[in-house]
Design a protein around this ligand. Structure first.
Ligand code: ADP
Ligand code: MG
Length: 714
């Protein structure tokens, strides 16, 4: 696919913009903003509305208001009986006064200075002729602030990070948007816009970042344009993929399962569950049909997807084909290899392994084995993509944890003369509406219930003060021969102050806290060999406590691990917490998950209302984890609390991300986007797009899928 000029311009790092220093670049990258395109789509999550600024005497009792005044007095007191710490701040404006009261936040007092201008934001109560506000949000103003200049103005509020104040962030964002905006052009015709009541896309982006005096309705309209845009980009991918699929040459003729499958199921140490059986019957029907299978299998961590994949692969083998399974990491690939080998040895089917670091001799032997008549299962990492062409008669490909694979890589799997059946497995429980939007080109199967006899993980949310007793608990579990994970947020190169980076804590914990236990450390920046060696030791029980980052997130299986402590749990997405927690409770042991909520009560120089906002949200989010182990329930709750944009926690999860659009809510926009995408692609194929429209359209597709994405026939 040709790269457009605009695509290249928008892919530039934010550091190209004047005033964006190395430090700021690092801070912004923590917010997920690395390129100019990231900046354009890093929308404010709310606005500060200065249109309601009033004097104290204008505030209505019982309603929300933004009250403006100068600080008259600041008092820190203690209530007599309850020993509550109180802070009272009185502000004054044209002779009328308002009193702000805070409970148990004594530090608030230090933030005020008599004579300075402030805004209180909150609900007003009347009290003794003076407006009173409990725990109002505060905006500290510059001396030259004058309400008339702000009258009716809205300022954007972005999700920010420690040591990046909202004001500074606003300034940086304004220059980034200014630089980026000219490269993001409308790709719909003015007629389409008018007909569907949509605003121009670059105007919409500009408005969302700096609405100035725009009203609610205007903002909603701009937002709607971008919701349609997000869906549009996704639908283009789905429509194109579907087109590719229709042209695929498919030759596999799978047979009705016979003796091999019966033998296989009989040698398993367990019976398949109802869900596993019904998914298998869907897969079987796909495999028997004269069209290629494109199926997404969703099943929570531990729900037993591997055995389903194995059965499907053996169905291919029994029909005279070879089958392959591709995992995102070598650790996982090796795990699959061992599991499959254990199962398949009993029924006389060979399992082969392909990995990145294979020596020339090994590779040669593998290629030679491919040529032999006896059918096999092949397990591997990305390296499979390089041997794929050499595998004769590939009847089925299983892709595990597909979200770690890029679109381009998935496309490569399909380059062959004739395509195999494809089963994609994901452990991220995606709400159904979202799954159908994101993966509209796939059929979807779900394993809902885990195998019976699994003991739900007990989950607790604690504050850091409780850690000593958590450590004691780990010691107790270790004395019973059980193992534990302690998880820290990913080591972040850009932030050296990351107080509890796994590496540092490893030192502290192994020397001071668990001197008698064997600890291991795994994080993303270690050498591969070192990482794998440590993982092996943990799996073999040579290590009792594994200190790690989210590198263990996907698929690692150590049934003897009964405890997981997740530090700074508030920083993870629920979907991610759920994935992490899925590492325990896999055996017969009662397992325990401890979520350490480090939400700071006081947030230094940070934007005024954030502690309140995030504080509430974090608690509610983490509570969901304590309440249920059902991934779909958690996914629904997360989507509701944070919207699909935040749903996957990490931008890098690789799942298509929606920032503003919510398929549960924006059903009309979804339908419209699909129509527009289909029309656009048709016009493109007929060569009917005006040059500038074509350019803008290709830019949009590249921004969504990367420049490697190939459109069929281009
Ligand atoms: P995931 O869906 O996360 O890949 P796995 O396939 O690794 O889950 O299964 C988790 C564990 O459950 C494995 O140890 C597997 O052998 C076991 N298992 C799978 N299916 C069943 C079943 N029907 N009954 C009991 N145990 C099962
Ligand atoms: Mg798995």
């Amino acid at each position: 696919m040709p790269e457009t000029k605009e695509y290249e311009l928008l892919q530039r790092p934010i550091s190209v913009v004047k005033g964006v220093t190395a430090r700021r670049t690092a801070l912004l990258s923590r917010c997920g903003v690395a390129t100019l395109w990231d900046a354009l789509t890093f929308f404010p999550y709310r606005y500060e509305d200065y249109s309601k600024i009033v004097r104290p005497d204008q505030a209505k009792e019982g309603s929300e208001a933004l009250v403006y005044g100068k600080v008259l007095s600041v008092k820190a007191e203690k209530t007599f009986k309850k020993r509550l710490k109180l802070v009272k701040v009185l502000i004054e404006n044209s002779g009328s006064t308002a009193l702000g009261v805070w409970f148990n936040q004594p530090w608030i007092a230090d933030k005020f200075e008599v004579g300075k201008k402030v805004l209180f934001h909150g609900v007003c109560h009347g009290s003794l002729g003076c407006v009173q506000m409990t725990n109002p949000d505060v905006i500290y103003l510059e001396d030259d602030f004058h309400p008339d200049n702000y009258e009716g103005k809205r300022l954007p509020v972005y999700h920010t990070t420690e040591s990046l104040s909202q004001n500074v962030l606003r300034g940086i964002m304004a220059s980034l948007v200014k630089e980026a905006l000219p490269s993001f052009k409308e790709y719909l015709t003015s007629e389409e816009l008018r007909k569907n009541g949509l605003s121009n896309i670059s105007e919409a982006v500009a408005l969302l970042h700096s609405p100035n005096r725009a009203g609610e309705e205007e903002i909603a309209r701009a937002k709607r344009r971008l919701i349609v845009d997000e869906f549009f980009a996704l639908q283009v991918g789905n429509v194109l993929t579907k087109k590719v699929m229709q042209k695929e040459n498919y030759e596999a003729h799978h047979l009705v399962p016979g003796k091999l499958i019966v033998d296989f199921l009989n040698t398993l140490p367990f019976k398949l569950t109802k869900d596993q059986l019904s998914v298998l019957s869907e897969i079987k029907n796909d495999m028997l049909s004269p069209r290629p299978m494109h199926r997404l299998l969703q099943g929570d961590v531990g729900s037993g997807k591997t055995v389903v994949a194995a059965t499907a692969m053996l169905m291919a083998v029994e029909s005279g084909y070879n089958a392959a399974i591709m995992a995102p990491t070598e650790i996982l690939a090796r795990q699959h290899y061992e599991t499959l080998k254990k199962w398949c040895d009993k029924i006389g089917v060979d399992v082969l392994f392909s990995y990145g670091g294979m020596k020339a001799k090994e590779k040669k032997e593998l290629l030679k084995r491919f040529e032999e008549e006896k059918n096999f299962l092949l397990v591997g990492t990305h390296s499979l993509l390089h041997v794929r062409e050499a595998v004769p008669n590939l009847g089925l490909v299983v892709i595990d944890e597909q979200h770690k694979f890029g679109v381009a890589q998935r496309a490569m799997l399909r380059v062959a003369k004739s395509v195999p059946d494809t089963l994609i497995m994901t452990a991220t429980p995606i709400p159904r509406s979202l799954a159908m939007t994101l993966y509209g080109h796939l059929d979807i199967s779900v394993i809902k219930a885990p195998p019976e006899g699994r003991i739900p993980v007990k989950t607790y949310v604690v504050t850091p003060e409780r850690l000593p007793s958590v450590w004691n608990f780990i010691k107790k579990e270790a004395s019973l021969g059980h193992q534990a994970y302690i998880v820290y947020p990913q080591i972040d190169e850009s932030d050296k102050r990351e107080a509890k980076a796994a590496a540092e804590m490893y030192e502290v914990l192994s020397k001071k806290v668990f001197p008698d236990l064997k600890l291991g450390l795994v994080h993303g920046r270690l050498e591969k060999e070192e990482k794998e060696e440590t993982m092996r030791k943990f799996r073999d029980g040579e290590i009792s406590v594994l200190i790690c980052t989210t590198v263990i997130e996907v698929g690692v299986d150590v049934p003897n691990a009964s405890v997981m402590v997740i530090e700074d749990a508030q920083r993870f997405g629920l979907a991610q917490l759920h994935q992490l927690r899925g590492r325990i409770g896999r055996g017969k042991l009662q397992s325990y998950c401890v979520l350490v909520d480090n939400t700071p009560l006081e947030k230094g120089n940070e934007e005024f209302s954030q502690p309140l906002l995030t504080g509430m949200t974090e608690n509610r989010r983490l509570e969901v984890m304590a309440k249920t182990c059902d991934g779909f329930e958690i996914a629904e709750a997360d989507m509701e609390l944070r919207g699909p944009g935040e749903f996957f926690g990490e931008k890098q999860s690789g799942h298509p991300t929606l920032y503003l659009a919510n398929p549960n809510r924006d059903k009309r926009e979804l339908v419209l986007a699909k129509e527009l995408a289909e029309k656009m692609i048709e016009a493109y194929e007929r060569g009917e797009l005006a040059p500038e429209v074509k350019e803008a359209f290709l830019t949009r597709v590249a921004l969504r899928y990367g420049a490697e994405f190939t459109m069929p026939g281009f």
